[in-house]
Design a protein around this ligand. Structure first.
Ligand code: SF4
Length: 477
């Protein structure tokens, strides 16, 4: 389904619509009662109307106001967690089309997705699950969630701190994975929760307050660093509440944490002022002028405030890995179609096998990581399922053969990823977005990042040539 154009101004003023997809087809349903509602309130109204089993995607007031940091929320199966298509302003796009929610309700449908070879599909899926359960990373992620990496990010000097002025936070122990787990378990929350049925890694969690009442689900590394250390905030309760507020007004917690960090640098509030930060997020939902500025993200906030140190690439806030502290990520941020997106090719793992502060080799490693990430994304797999495929990359072909009957080698599957990257780059090129147009923020080339005191110094010329020469298959995954 492709939705084109925007509704007339009068229709937008009257209130948003729901895009309803059912066994009978799809249609827009007027829903003025959802206008301006927070995400949880929106879901409650939709549950009452469509029941427990309907699939729901919705935006908060930030999306309705077409703010650049607005995302699209989706509750998990038991309405405990909110997961987000958070980055890139998709919520603003949805808001611009005049609809507040997409509801998929298959009641009455007899359609079953065809499976070419059920036995092969099940056998390959079983192999994947068993191999994942044997991988030590699975236990680590299950135990500590994505914040398992926080202590290493901090000691490696790459964790955004006080608007990217340091790579290390003196109160990191208060917000690290071990502390997250301790608080969750002592307060009766839940660690090791899946975000989708069938996941064996289960890296999500439910983070409660001191009385055992849920604050947010799930609390993750990126939100902890951007809303925490990057804002000088060291209380997990405050960070969780900030994360919850972002989820409710419907904005990306990475972009919002970066925008608040910029606002703190500008003196709008002080670093460490958790209550001030919460007020700014509430103002996003209320649509005050200051809230609208913050809700448009770090770039606009920095420009309006007259700040030189704005941590964005291609207009998008840099996530929890400062590019001076892990240069492969800087290359990914500059050369990937989405800009500052760690999921496009995260070089954090290269801490284990290369010097992440040297510029040599970073372009080659980022290229490999980007093809890998595009492959998993294209197949609709979580990025964390990679380990079993390292030794048996041909299993990608078996998954696709089982489901669709296609005969694809590992090389063929990589071509799918390559095609995705090419298409996205072509889109950018037609939109006038290039590496040179949106380079690394100048301060990251000039200002050494404590405690390792590195600057970002990978040559633009080398990065520009990254995708030249067409497709070269990876010999390993
Ligand atoms: S699908 Fe991925 S993100 Fe979700 S719980 Fe499993 S490992 Fe975590």
């Amino acid at each position: 389904m492709i939705i084109e154009d925007t509704p007339a101004e009068a229709a937008v003023k009257a209130g948003p619509d729901i895009l309803e997809i059912t066994a009978e087809g799809s249609r827009f349903v007027e829903a003025p009662e959802l206008k301006g509602k927070l995400v949880d309130d929106t879901i409650a109204v939709l549950r009452a109307k469509y029941g427990k089993k309907a699939g729901i995607f919705c935006i908060g007031p930030a999306g309705e106001m077409m703010m650049y940091s607005a995302g699209i929320a989706s509750p998990d199966d038991d309405d405990v967690q909110l997961r987000y298509a958070a980055r890139g302003g998709l919520g603003a796009l949805m808001g611009s089309k005049g609809f507040k929610a997409i509801v998929v309700d298959d009641k009455g449908s007899t359609y079953k997705a065809p499976v070419y070879d059920r036995e092969l599909l099940q056998e390959t899926s079983r192999w994947m699950a068993e191999a994942l359960l044997k991988d030590p990373k699975t236990e680590n992620r299950n135990t500590y969630g994505t914040s398992a990496i926080l202590a290493l990010a901090n000691t490696s000097g790459l964790m955004p701190t006080r608007n990217f002025s340091s790579g290390s936070f003196e109160k990191a122990d208060d917000i690290a994975g071990e502390r997250v787990r301790k608080e969750i378990l002592s307060r009766g929350g839940q660690a090791g929760k899946p975000c989708v049925a069938g996941c064996v890694i289960k890296c999500s969690n439910v983070f409660p307050d001191k009385n055992g009442r849920q604050i947010v689900a799930s609390l993750q590394y990126e939100s902890i660093t951007l809303l925490g250390s990057n804002c000088g905030i060291a209380s997990l309760d405050d960070i969780a509440e900030l994360n919850h507020l972002c989820n409710q007004v419907g904005v990306d917690s990475i972009e919002t944490g970066a925008a608040i960090g910029v606002a703190m640098e500008a003196g709008i509030i002080e670093f460490g002022d958790a209550e001030g930060a919460k007020d700014l997020v509430r103002q996003i939902g209320q649509g005050t002028w200051l809230g609208r500025i913050i809700g448009h993200g770090a770039k606009l906030t920095g420009r309006v405030a007259g700040i030189r140190r704005i941590p964005v690439i291609k207009g998008q806030a840099i996530p929890g890995y400062d590019p001076r502290g892990v240069k492969g990520n800087g290359v990914t941020y500059i050369t990937s179609p989405m800009g500052a997106d760690h999921t496009a090719g995260n070089a954090f793992e290269t801490l284990k096998y290369m010097d992440v502060l040297k510029r040599d080799g970073q372009v080659a490693i980022s290229r490999k990581l980007q093809i890998r990430a595009a492959l998993l994304d294209t197949l609709g797999l979580c990025l964390f399922v990679r380990p079993p495929f390292v030794n048996r990359p041909e299993q990608f072909g078996n998954l696709l053969k089982g489901r669709y009957g296609w005969d694809l080698s590992f090389r063929d599957v990589q071509l799918l990823a390559w095609d995705t990257i090419k298409t996205e780059r072509e889109f950018n090129s037609r939109a006038g977005v290039s590496e040179e147009f949106c380079p690394i923020p100048e301060f990251m080339e000039d200002e050494p990042l404590p405690p390792k005191n590195a600057v970002f110094d990978v040559e633009m010329d080398e990065m520009r040539k990254m995708w030249e020469g067409g497709f070269t298959p990876l010999d390993e995954f």
